[in-house]
Design a protein around this ligand. Structure first.
Ligand SMILES: [Cu+2]
Length: 157
């Protein structure tokens, strides 16, 4: 049920288009697709995955992210070091003009540090992405099971 808040119309709009919001979000020349996460407990670390499509002629960069559910959100990559996969923070994630960058398990990802509440399967958790050119974009991570390997398949109509 939609709750009337100070965000008023925007809140109702988000509630009405909740599914579509979870699947794709447009910001300038950027299209954010399939944001998802995995179930995780409060106090633990969560991950955020999504695809960024840059349909414009200018490069952009994801420079930071934040989420009310986490103490902090870092941009991470995975690196092979001596045969071991390790995560490392990166200062930014480049999204070159005309290209698509995928954040996914085993690669680039958002790291949600010190979760203030659990990530429950079936929920859509808001995360704000901050791009150098496109500015701030709020997406909703569709929380899958703890062992999920990808976002749920979109419904076909
Ligand atoms: Cu990480």
């Amino acid at each position: 049920m939609a709750r009337i808040t100070r965000r008023g119309t925007l809140g109702l709009l988000l509630a009405a288009s909740g599914i579509a919001q979870a699947l794709a979000q447009q910001a300038g020349d950027l299209r954010i697709e399939g944001p998802w996460s995995r179930a995780a407990g409060a106090g633990r670390t969560g991950a955020g995955y999504l695809t960024i499509r840059n349909t414009g002629r200018e490069p952009d960069r994801l420079v930071s992210a934040r989420a009310g559910i986490a103490r902090a959100v870092e941009l991470h990559t995975h690196l092979h070091e001596g045969g071991v996969m390790r995560m490392r923070p990166v200062p930014a994630i480049d999204v070159p003009a005309g290209e698509t960058v995928t954040l996914g398990p085993g690669g680039l990802h958002l790291m949600l540090l010190e979760l203030r509440a659990p990530l429950n399967q079936g929920e859509a958790v808001p995360v704000t992405l901050v791009f150098e050119r496109a500015g701030e974009v709020e997406v909703r991570l569709a929380v899958q099971s703890a062992g999920a390997r990808g976002p749920a398949a979109p419904h076909r109509h």
